[in-house]
Every structure is written in C-alpha cells, then in structure tokens.
Design a protein around this ligand. Structure first.
Ligand code: 9MR
Length: 343
C-alpha cells in the first residue's frame, strides 16, 4: 500500500467511530448533558423518533407527561402512565431524566382551579402533589424543575394561582418539600425570556438569590432560550448572566432551547439559526457551572411552535422527516471542539 494511503486509512479509523457517535457522546466527552423534551405519545408510536432520541440525547425532559393536569387529573387520582413510560425508556437507554414541572401556573386541572381551597388546604395539596411525584421517582429522576415561570415580564414575581392561594413563600416551600422527598435530586428553577440582560433576567436573579440566601435547597437555574433570530440575546449578555448565577453557587442549564423561523424556512434563516445555537452552546461550554444543554423537542414534526405561533416553526435540530438540519452540524462541531479542549 502506498504510504499516503496507509496514513489515510489510519485517519479514517480514528475519525470513523466519532463520526458515527451521536451528540450525546460528544457532549459527554465535553462534560455536559445533551437533552431534549420528549413527546411521550410520539415515543410510544413512532419508532424512528424513539431511535433518534436514544442515539442523540442523554437527558430527557417530559414535555407534558409530568404536568399537573396530566399526572394528577383528579384530587384523589394520579395517572403515571406516560411518566412511567418515559422514565423506563430513559433507563433503558442510559439517559438522565429531568422532571418537569412541580409548581407552574399553567396546565392545572379544573378540580384544583375551581376548588375554592383555603390557604392551608392548598399547601397540603401542593405538598402532597410534589412529594408523591418526587418520592415515586426517587433515584430515577436526577433533577426536577421544581418551579417555572414565577417571574413576570416586568421582573416582578408573577401573580399566579399559587402565589395568590399560598402566598409569596410558595416557592421556598416547594423546594423544601421536593428536597425532603429526595435529598439527592438536583432542584432547579426554570424560566424563559431572562437569558440575557434586562428586567426579567434581573427578576429571575433576585428570586433565586433570595432563595439561596434563605437557605432554600435550590441547586440550579434553567434558562429556557425560546428565541428567534430577531430576539436571541447577545452572547456577552448570556455569558454575564450565567456567570452571576454561578457566583450564587448555582448550576445553570440551557433548558428548552428552540429557534423559531418563518416557514418554510429560508436557507439564510437556517444558517442564522445554526449560528444562534452554536453561540449559545459555546457560552454554556465555556462556563464550568453550565451543566446541560436541552432543546425543546427533537424533530420539527412534534414541536410546539407551529400550534402556538402560526406561520413559524422549523425550530429544532431535526426536520419534519427526522433528518439533521444545518444547525445539527454546527452543534456537532462545537461539541467536538470542546471535547478536544477537555473542558
Ligand atoms: O411544549 C409544551 C406544549 O406542548 C404545551 O401545550 C404547553 C402548555 O402550556 O407547554 C409547552 O411547554 C412549555 C414548558 O412546559 C414550559 N416552558 C415553555 C414551554 C413552551 O411553551
């Protein structure tokens, strides 16, 4: 064999296994978890989707399966069918599970919203709800979004069913109850629209800082990152925000990223999208406390965006057909480079 051919064959041997590896392997080597929200109905019916999940991700968040209305549809009845299916799938594929979400103002069942409960009754209901879920999955769900979206657009605590019914300390109580039920679980606060600079980012910072100062068991903050090319935060602002949260002793997570585009998506917009994902991931990888990077869905086929933002979509790494989009390659390149530099 010509020596040049030998060198090329050797190079192929070295690069082939890496090229075949999913993003999860590259992410693991780079020191973070790479995650996605999972649509459990699709998981149960679409084998190609399940295969993609198992290949590319090592962290899953149930998109809806653990929400109050799904898991606790009547006061005395829980339904863990979907949640159990997700956790079993994750265990079979060596994935971590992030439970989502224990205290949120959306997707609450009628029995709860219309129940006219007293403050003490609501506290008892919330405590029982949280501890039933966290206890059931103790040791199997590694982290929980204990609370989400408790800050309004103006940066002030959001006025919600829970804040009105229990009072402002409902957040602290929720974290304490979750911690009681699973002292090993990583407990997160999760919000959108406060990734960079501004009133909302400051409001999120104040709420989690206050919880820390009270000694509440909160361990991490998820910045959701539902953005578009028009409103993605500049890298320098995201960096500064991750930095100040880390300085509170908190881990950080990019928890629900998607970048919505007008559909059908133009080549130019797909390229912009690739840059936004790339830059966000780079900032996370450069911050030692940034532990995970998750997208809010896997293929554009099951994304929440088209239903909520008509005319928009194409927000994720894989197209409707399950094939990787330009953004996939750019994410892959960043992970490979990070692995090489041994975070
Ligand atoms: O993607 C979820 C969608 O299927 C639900 O209909 C919706 C209900 O409000 O919630 C979506 O997920 C949200 C998540 O739970 C919290 N952060 C924002 C997400 C997108 O709205």
């Amino acid at each position: 064999m010509h020596p040049r051919a030998l060198v090329m064959a050797a190079a192929l041997l070295i690069t082939l296994p890496t090229a075949a590896a999913g993003l999860r392997d590259l992410a693991q080597a780079a020191g973070i978890h790479f995650g996605t929200a999972v649509n459990v109905e699709a998981l149960n019916t679409d084998a190609a989707y399940a295969h993609l999940l198992a290949r590319e991700f090592n962290l899953v968040t149930p998109e809806n399966a653990m929400k109050f209305t799904v898991v606790h549809p009547e006061r005395e009845r829980y339904d863990f069918t979907q949640a159990d299916a997700l956790v079993a799938f994750a265990e079979a594929h060596a994935m971590q599970v992030n439970g989502h979400v224990l205290v949120w103002h959306q997707q609450l069942p009628d029995w709860l919203m219309q129940g006219q409960f007293s403050q003490d009754e609501l506290k008892a209901i919330l405590r029982e709800h949280i501890q039933t879920l966290v206890t059931r999955y103790r040791g199997r769900v590694a982290s929980w979004d204990v609370a989400a979206e408790a800050v309004g657009e103006d940066g002030q605590p959001r006025d919600t069913f829970w804040s009105r019914g229990i009072g402002p300390d409902y957040l602290a109580l929720a974290f304490r109850w979750a911690h009681e039920a699973d002292p090993q679980a990583h407990l997160r606060y999760n919000d959108y629209g406060g990734e960079g600079a501004g009133a909302k980012a400051d409001g999120i910072y104040r709420i989690v800082a206050d919880l820390r100062w009270q000694g509440v068991p909160i361990h991490g903050v998820g910045l959701q990152m539902h953005v578009s090319p028009d409103d993605a935060p500049p890298s320098k602002d995201l960096r500064a925000n991750l930095q100040r949260l880390a300085a509170l002793g908190l881990a950080t997570h990019i928890s629900e990223m998607d970048v919505m585009l007008p559909v059908p998506a133009s080549r130019a917009n797909l390229n912009k999208q690739a840059v936004i994902y790339r830059d966000t991931l780079k900032v996370c990888l450069a911050q030692p406390q940034c532990r995970s990077f998750s997208t809010w869905g896997t293929t554009d086929r099951y994304s929440w965006i088209p239903e909520y933002f008509p005319g928009k979509g194409a927000a994720l790494l894989f197209g409707e057909d399950g094939q990787p989009k330009p953004v996939y390659e750019s994410v892959r390149r960043v992970l490979r480079a990070a692995r090489a530099s041994k975070r």
